[in-house]
Write a protein that binds this ligand. Structure first.
Ligand code: FAD
Ligand code: 2HG
Ligand code: ZN
Length: 465
């Protein structure tokens, strides 16, 4: 792929010589993602230092008809942050810092490239917490989590990222800056731009800053890992925990084979003498000791074989490793097909039981790994042992989800990976309206044009991979 040298010259003028990367070795980490399925051969990476530079970069690219991909921590799992079709990467890694943090209002404003851990730490310093948490917290950015409307490990209590965003600053695809960081909580003046930009996957503009609400810090926390002899008892019981535990933060589900892989890749002891079966990892936080309620809830569930509880952060992290390390452990097996889906409450156990058969009917030697956010009936179907560009299994699993009235994306978004099947989730009329929204923000069509929405000049099934 060759890029117009006049554009490269203009970009260097805007951000400085050293902040435009073109050499293959320097651009490598911006070219491929965690799935191992989406890897670009070449690109140009631009690293603006502030909103004005972002606007200059976008205007220059729009003038040259050059497509761009905004990139934060590059931890996205749907191929949305990778420049596979000759896009220039606009990296937010120099847009870092927390501003305007207030313990009184319980809000803070963070520049888009600020890692999630830094936002969480800033919130804690104020005596609050930031509600969104996920295993990629050290690399994922606040801008990326807003652009994907990330879910994560505490949706059961606080909702997804959209529920936390109070205001955003964004540079649109025409290089205009729209800023709404005032923090008014009641704001009823028509279309709500922060909500619209949340989940927009870089297709409308580059988020440069965001104001988020914080949630109270609770003095006490308890974590329980429960093993069920019968696999389906884990998903069956996940939903009941909302009723038994009003203060629950996390209800995570996984299975013996996933735990065994994590233990072997990371050389960890297994938590119980039996490994097989289904697992729930449950965390509760409160200002009073939450352990008795958690223990009562576990006793009220049917089929619990083993339980381990933790009441301090060291012991709790040991239990969380079995769940959080699934992604890294599975990545050691080669390219991974990741299907992050949700089914209606009450259908999780049935879906989890049916998926491996659907996969193996098409790919008898493939391995299916199931884990996820059981409290929201959201599951990560990871499939290994099939070619990176083989779409048959992806299509069959997503068709099963649609047949069960589920969602083809619970939290990772659509990106490139799921665009060919967007028709399962969005009607023609919806796609027309959403295309109009994109055109209003991005009249030249340069903002991440190969993700989320079919381009007006081709059908959804023509999406390049
Ligand atoms: P990137 O990967 O860089 O980008 C993701 C998308 O957002 C791309 O479309 C990109 O163009 C766009 N984008 C990025 N920054 C901006 C910006 N400033 N302006 C406009 N668009 C932008 N996700 C969950 O939802 N829940 C989880 O529990 C979870 N756990 C994970 C665990 C691991 C180990 C890994 C590797 C990933 C996990 N993810 C999870 C996926 C990922 O971390 C999230 O999607 C995260 O929100 C991506 O943030 P990022 O900064 O890395 O964005
Ligand atoms: C999680 O919940 C993440 O751990 C990653 O969303 C899921 O790797 C995956 O498929
Ligand atoms: Zn997840």
């Amino acid at each position: 792929m060759t890029f117009d040298p006049r554009l490269i010259g203009e970009l260097r003028q805007i951000v400085g010589e050293a902040q435009v990367l073109t050499e293959r070795d320097l651009t490598e980490r911006y070219r491929g993602d965690w799935t191992g399925r989406f890897i670009a051969n070449s690109t140009v990476v631009v690293r603006p230092a502030d909103t004005e530079q972002v606007a200059g970069v976008i205007r220059a690219c729009a003038d040259h008809g050059q497509a761009v991909v905004p990139q934060g921590g590059n931890t996205g799992l749907v191929g949305g942050s990778v420049p596979l079709s000759g896009e220039v990467v606009i990296s937010t890694e120099r847009l870092v810092g927390v501003e305007d943090a207030s313990g009184r209002t319980g809000h803070l404003t963070a520049l888009a490239g600020t890692p999630l851990t830094a936002v969480q730490a800033a919130a804690r310093e104020l005596g609050w917490e930031y509600a969104v948490d996920l295993a990629a917290r050290d690399s994922a950015t606040i801008g990326g989590t807003i652009a994907t409307n990330a879910g994560g490990l505490r949706v059961a209590r606080y909702g997804d990222t959209r529920a936390q965003v109070v205001g955003v600053e964004v540079v649109t695809g025409s290089g205009e800056v729209i800023s709404d960081l005032g923090g008014t909580l009641r704001n009823n003046i028509g279309y709500h731009l922060p909500s619209l930009l949340t989940g927009s996957e870089g297709t409308l503009g580059v988020l440069t800053s965001a104001r988020v609400r914080l949630v109270p810090h609770f003095a006490q926390r308890a974590t329980a890992l429960m093993r069920f002899d019968v696999r389906s008892d884990a998903p069956e019981n996940a939903e009941a925990l909302h009723r038994l535990l009003p203060d629950v933060e996390s209800i995570e589900v996984f299975f013996g084979e996933g735990l065994e892989l994590v233990a072997s890749v990371f050389d960890l002891p297994t938590p119980f003498s039996t490994v097989d079966g289904g697992y729930l990892l449950v965390e509760v936080a409160d200002n009073r000791d939450p352990l008795p309620t958690l223990t009562d809830a576990s006793a009220a569930l049917s089929g619990v074989g083993d339980v381990a509880v933790a009441q301090n952060s060291t012991a709790s992290s040991k239990l969380w490793r079995y769940r959080e390390l699934h992604t890294e452990a599975i990545a050691t097996l080669g390219a991974v097909h990741k299907l992050d889906v949700a089914v209606p409450p009450g259908s999780l156990a049935e879906f989890m039981a049916r998926v491996p058969d659907v996969v193996n009917a098409l790919a008898p030697t493939a391995q299916t790994w199931l884990f996820g956010h059981g409290g929201e009936s959201a599951v990560h179907v990871n499939v290994t042992g099939i070619d990176a560009d083989d779409h048959n299994v992806d299509d069959a699993v997503l068709e099963l989800v649609a047949e069960m009235n589920g969602s083809i994306s619970a939290e990772h978004g659509i990106g490139r990976a799921k665009l060919p099947l967007i028709g399962l989730a969005r009607s023609e009329a919806e796609l027309r309206v959403l295309g109009g929204v994109k055109a209003a923000f991005d009249p030249s069509g340069i903002m991440n044009p190969y993700v989320l929405l079919p381009r007006s000049d081709r059908s959804p099934s023509d999406t390049p991979t």
